[in-house]
Design a protein. Structure first.
Length: 468
């Protein structure tokens, strides 16, 4: 209703989104993923107000994004340049906010310090490092090796050396790294959209202006940003027939986080579409990938432990589909007294991997002429059926679906998923309880009241004008 009746222009969207991210940043000062020495009890008045403010901002941000989407769909949409300005305005307050919605950035800093200290980050968890940085890492991951590739760990190690392990400087530096990734995403999306026959403005709206990017890639400083940025510019290079460069860039993305390796299939498909011989395409891509991997691993000095680290255990609080089904099956078997109960979760995880493999084959078989869209759906399948999922994993597929979606209905469904997932995690990254959920609902309700009042105020002058 709001999207249909609320007056829309680019300035209103900018101001509403800026107010939203300012509320997020302000609320995060007491309810965010703060350093351990600054943590506030969730029941304290400051933390309560912070949580309400964060969800007030979340609902405002979602409304601003939806209104901007209406503007993009109308006859005179803003230019891609204007949308980039909107992104910068919305992101500005989050640049100085504490980490939000996850404590992963502290793990990144600790792992970078381990690499800088020549520790085997794949064999040991942050507990081996000790000190203040390790103390910021969640207990669950204290003894878990890094699941990231040597490219990201090299960046984290360089940042650790540059900041001398100081936490405030490290947090700012890691956010700057994530911003570089978001900038690459924003640069790649219009080009990918044009090559795919899609509207560049609509691609930017869905692909980088959506709340998940601002909440988790900017505010949360997740390394998925640099993975997606490298993947995006690699695909742009492939569309421009610079296939060796494309393979190098996509491999670098995969050496940040492994799912990006699927992008090599798109590079191969684009070579075949350009008329290259299949054997030549495979050899060229394989050689570029191998040389890049060996070089990046040697420069990082981490060794090849990242290969065995791909099976890093998932959080017991993880809510992936296969994990949820596994837990339900285990509970049922335990109730029946079966000895098979401990096998339930591993079996469901294996089934999830099998479903993913079948889905990938079906996607690429059907969408061979549209490799960018096929890659987006493939990454979405990996996130949906894998053993672990977090809201920002949805961005793996959403980023490329935004660039190459074949219809408006696909974009609408993807946008709905993004909007729902934006509300799924509390600002400190911890598990929810009934009391905190009530506070979150109160924040959202306050935002809804604010938007309704703004809607009435906007209509009143128009009504008075008609009366006169």
């Amino acid at each position: 209703m709001l999207a249909k009746a609320f007056p829309v222009d680019l300035r209103r969207c900018q101001v509403l989104g800026l107010a939203a991210t300012a509320a997020l940043a302000l609320g995060g000062e007491t309810a965010g993923a703060l350093p351990v020495r600054e943590l506030i009890a969730p029941s304290s008045p400051h933390a309560v107000l912070g949580l309400v403010a964060v969800y007030f901002g979340l609902v405002l941000l979602t409304a601003a994004w939806l209104l901007l989407g209406r503007l993009v769909r109308e006859g005179d949409p803003p230019t891609p340049r204007a949308l980039i300005v909107v992104l910068a305005v919305w992101a500005a307050p989050l640049l100085i906010a504490p980490p939000l919605f996850s404590r992963d950035v502290y793990s990144y800093l600790a792992q970078g310090a381990m690499v800088d200290a020549h520790m085997d980050v794949y064999a040991h968890g942050p507990a081996r490092l000790g000190g203040p940085l390790a103390g910021e890492v969640a207990p669950l991951w204290q003894h878990t090796g890094a699941p990231y590739g040597p490219v990201f760990l090299a960046v984290a190690a360089a940042l650790s050396a540059l900041t001398s392990g100081e936490l405030p400087a490290g947090l700012i530096g890691m956010r700057c790294v994530a911003l570089c990734g978001v900038a690459l995403m924003a640069a790649a999306l219009p080009r990918l959209a044009r090559h795919s026959g899609a509207d560049p403005a609509a691609a930017l709206w869905l692909g980088v202006l959506n709340p998940l990017v601002l909440l988790h890639l900017v505010a949360g400083a997740h390394n998925d940003a640099i993975m997606l940025g490298l993947l995006g510019v690699g695909l742009v290079a492939a569309l421009g027939r610079r296939f060796v460069l494309a393979a190098v860039l996509v491999t670098l993305a995969a050496l940040v986080k492994a799912p990006a390796a699927l992008g090599l299939a798109a590079v191969l498909a684009l070579q075949l579409r350009a008329g290259h011989h299949p054997l030549r395409a495979v050899l060229t891509t394989t050689a570029a990938c191998a040389v890049t991997t060996v070089t990046a691993t040697a420069v990082a000095g981490t060794g090849y432990g990242w290969i065995s680290a791909l099976d890093t255990p998932v959080s017991p609080q993880n809510w992936a589909l296969t994990t949820l089904l596994g837990r339900a099956t285990r509970a049922l078997l335990e109730g029946l007294g079966s000895d098979l109960a401990p096998l339930a979760v591993p079996v469901w995880h294996t089934l999830g991997l099998a479903v993913t493999a079948v889905a990938l084959v079906a996607i690429w078989w059907r969408l061979r002429p549209r490799p960018v869209y096929a890659l987006g759906l493939s990454l979405a399948a990996v996130a949906a059926f894998g053993p672990a999922i977090r809201p920002w994993y949805a961005l793996w597929g959403l980023f490329l679906i935004a660039a190459a979606a074949p219809s408006t209905s696909v974009r609408h469904r993807t946008a709905a998923v993004a909007g729902v997932l934006a509300l799924a995690v509390l600002p400190d990254g911890g598990p929810a309880d009934a009391g905190r959920l009530v506070l979150a609902l109160c924040g959202g309700a306050l935002a809804a009241v604010f938007l309704w009042q703004a809607h009435l105020a906007a209509r009143t002058p128009a009504a008075l004008g008609r009366t006169a």
